[in-house]
Design a protein around this ligand. Structure first.
Ligand code: GLA
Length: 339
């Protein structure tokens, strides 16, 4: 067996956050930054070296996984759990996807690893199978009860289109971005970690709300009016999810102006009803929104820190990003797209 090299991009979610684990809709795109994974047969224990972190971790087929081996080793384990024999591996990882910015560095690592393993072992896994296995690795070995958006986006999205995904059926379409617009992504400088956040709590709140409403998931609610009987904060959490699903569907056919207004409304809902924004994200989104070229801006991903995404008039992204970086130098605002 020879060495195999695969890669996967990070993703930015344009709109539709905290909807995926409620079986709703999401609209992410890939970012230009990628994670590259090279796998060759090794001997003895599995060894994974991160050229980005300059750290090496060893792991076995059983026992605890540590550090970034939770993701890589998690991918190996989900295959062995399915009865697939995986020989000892020598793995090298290098990534330009920012870590802790809500841009799916972990899903990019999982998808790149599973792509490489699929080639090396002749498994011929489809993108959807890779996404599903990557999500399982994250849930079982990184301890976060994530939805499927990130792994599907890293497996299927491109930088010049948006991936409209129904997370219940896994049906998807790649759609053009709103006419005459560019995407801007800026890291707020506030690192976030999903495992340490209230992510799993929000998920439980949604499930409790769905159970009280007698539906399988909040995806099944179309009328916000039926939520008024729920106790607080379940009412607010559910109101975010139901309204966010509606915004995603509207966004698929929106003009750039309409898309921007939906992004602004999404941010407000994530801040006020879902309580996952932070003062750092609010300040960055507000600054982006004030720029005359910008149609709208919002936090992106799980929240609790990380990045904001904005939609701007085509051809103005580099200017707006540079202006934002200059304004937020003390706060470590850092443009990710355009880089
Ligand atoms: C994280 C999870 C996703 C999704 C987002 C919020 O990125 O991995 O599944 O729930 O948060 O939209």
């Amino acid at each position: 067996m020879t060495s195999i090299r695969s890669f996967a991009p990070g993703r930015v979610n344009l709109i539709g956050d905290h909807t995926d684990y409620n079986e709703g809709f999401v609209l992410p795109a890939a970012i230009p930054q990628t994670t590259v994974v090279e796998i060759a047969p090794g001997s003895g224990r599995h060894v994974v070296y991160s050229a980005t972190l300059r750290r090496r971790v060893e792991f076995d087929d059983t026992g605890e996984l540590h550090d970034f081996a939770r993701y890589v080793g998690g991918c190996v384990r989900v295959l062995t759990e399915k009865g697939i024999a995986v020989p000892p591996l020598a793995i090298r990882v290098a990534s330009t996807v920012p870590v802790g910015a809500g841009l799916s560095s972990s899903a990019a690592l999982e998808v790149a690893t599973l792509r490489a393993l699929s080639h090396l072992l002749g498994l011929d896994l489809s993108p959807v199978a890779i996404a599903t296995l990557g999500r399982r690795a994250e849930m079982h070995y990184a301890g976060v009860q994530v939805g499927i958006m990130d792994q599907m986006a890293c497996a299927l999205a491109t930088t010049d289109r948006m991936l409209f995904l129904d997370t219940r059926s896994l049906d998807y379409r790649l759609l053009p971005l709103p006419p005459n617009s560019d995407v801007i992504v800026v890291d707020s400088g506030q690192q976030r970690s999903l495992a340490g956040s209230a992510y799993n709590t929000r998920r439980q709140e949604c499930h409790r709300a769905a159970a009280m409403l007698g539906v399988a998931s909040l995806r099944d609610i179309d009328d916000i009016g039926v939520l008024h009987g729920l106790p607080s904060p379940l009412r607010e959490r559910a109101r975010h999810v139901v309204s966010e699903d509606q915004r995603v569907v509207s966004a698929t056919t929106a003009s750039a102006e309409e898309f921007g207004a939906l992004m602004n409304a999404s941010h407000q809902s994530l801040r006020d009803d879902y309580a996952v924004s932070t003062p750092a994200l609010d300040a960055l989104a507000a600054f982006l929104r004030e720029q005359p070229e910008v149609f709208g801006a919002r936090m992106t991903g799980a929240g609790f820190g990380g990045a904001c995404v904005a939609l701007a008039r085509a051809g103005t992204a580099a200017d707006v990003a540079a202006r934002t970086a200059a304004h937020g130098r003390d706060r470590r605002w850092k443009p990710v797209v355009p880089p």
